[in-house]
Design a protein around this ligand. Sequence first.
Ligand code: GAL
Length: 688
Amino acid sequence: MTDVLRPDQRTAPAGRRRGWPPRLDKIAFGGDYNAEQWPPEVWSQDRQLMRQAGVTVATVGVFSWALLEPEPGTYDFAWLDEVIDGLHEAGVRVCLATPTAAPPAWLAARHPESLPVTRDGVRLGIGARESFCPNSVHYRAAAVNIAQQLAYRYGEHPALALWHIGNEFGSHVGACYCAVCATMFIEWLQAAYSDLAELNDAWGTTFWGQRYGAWNEITPPHPAPMGVNPAQQLDYRRFSSDSHLACFIAERDAVRAITDAAPITTNLMVTACQNLDYWRWAPELDVVSNNHYLTAEAQSSYLGMSMSADVARGLSGGTPWLLMETSTSAVNWQPRNIAKVPGELRRNILTNIARGADGAMFFQWRASRFGAEKFHSAMLPQSGTRGRIWNEVVALGAELARLDEVRGTTVAADVALVWDWQSWWALELEYRPSADLGYHERVDAFYEALWRDHRTTDVVSPLGDLATYPLVVVPSLYLTTAEAASNLRLYVEGGGRLVVSYFSGIVDAHDTVHDGPYPGALRDVLGLWIDEFHPLRKDESVELDGGTAGRIWSESIIVDGAEVISRFTTGPDAGGPAVTRHRLGSGEAWYVATALDVAGLRALIAGALPTSALSPAPTGATTGAVAASDDLEVVRRAGADASYLFLINHGSESASVNASGIDLLTGRAHDSSVPVAAGDVVVLRERS
Ligand code: GAL
């Protein structure tokens, strides 16, 4: 196998990205501008209101293919000329989207085979968006063509700041199962494996007599009478992610061949989209951009916003990235679309800026009156300029302008969290030891524990550079390659503190169990082995000495070099190890064998952190005295000349932090203690 997990494909090659768009020379603030939904009379009002709100950039054209190319090879750019020229005159930069997420009806009419097919064999229709198979030659050629036409027409336009290819690749149609994809899958496999014997071996096809005697016998993982080979499913996910990436690259390269004036991106959905392996995508983007929408009903929904921002920064290798889309208030697609409370929009956006975004944009500028998204909030909502949201948007635009000096600075992280799409895929295939195992569940719990301790987290790939972090957490890295295991081991030997949760290090890239006993990939580094998994019943919990409790998981651990820090006192493994520590080289590898709650994880992390990282406390507080509630978000961005402490109080109590400097939002100077009222935000330029 040559094509799946090569280390050089998992991290961004240095210097390859062109980086932040030079023409976005202020903090980017704006949104998707679907001007085509409105008569031209509205456009001048839009421009005037954009100026009023401090909008610096607008994304145009995202779904406008049918208007730009009403018939194949016939173009109408007049309306877009007017929109782009108008924005330019108004001093608003343009993020120009290729409209290829919404193929025109003529494509499906002429080439019905360009429509995607679901796993159940249903060919999807038109009338929505993303109605294309990523491997359709007809789609690909037409998409590249319209991208080229846009590049010829607008490539050197002075307003053009950034190219935005397609939209949220793979979000609705993660994988297509049409006949073309079936053939392309075989070609992908032929490139990935040296011969059929290697594939049979990697897929473990002696199981259930699945051995293939010829390449053309292999199919996509169609529904079958029983669970389909997990290695086949994983390769189909890789193939599908690569297929979408090939669409992006084809358009990107077509644009790049015509014009080099602006960087090129596409909007990722880093914590919401399971379908694409963004560690492979990120190096292909000039600048990383991310879409994140709150899970509005979740308690502390802001945690998801913070985590998404940290993953985006991780993909960006720590360089400035762009929040391409979020909502000003409610969305329209959740079961109950809860509106944001006053001040929540401001906190959400400043969370992203704190965590390394140099811009924040929305779906969308003006709320649609028709179509599926008319109940979605916007910068200019259905209530127009009379409502609360408009006032909050205008105030936010003014505040972002005050933060301009923060641009280009980088986030100072305290710890790292290992995140991996392939492990997410593999862990959530069928026939796992418990239906309660979930990748996001553990990642979210560890992330929250770190967040509530005011520790800023970098998100890294399993093959990422870990050396600088005093602590690295590894939640449920079920799929752990030998390369990843060796990366973790080197980190510990070199003095790092590693905290690994249960169900990590179990299988390789093909869902084959590493040589037993569990956890084969991490046995040496953790200094233990597992005799048997003992998943818990629904709602069952087990107690640990020290007073914490765990859910979901228990297992019988035999230590082999590790020391026992804490034992189960109840449940199937009562008396056995629950938390262990293995000293290795000059570092330590900790292991936790159950789903501790956030409080339990906070205690565990406090134990695992080196004393030097415990006090003075992390990034957030210069003195270590974060006299703050655990609803206070504390993040520092630092540059050559100054550092900026973002204090975002998501709680209902006021908080304070020992620090000094000037609040860029109010101009107020603080000498030693910085109060942050409930719901408020302070951005302190710190006194050096
Ligand atoms: C995004 C998408 C936008 C809009 C938005 C609604 O996923 O890119 O076009 O549909 O969701 O929340």
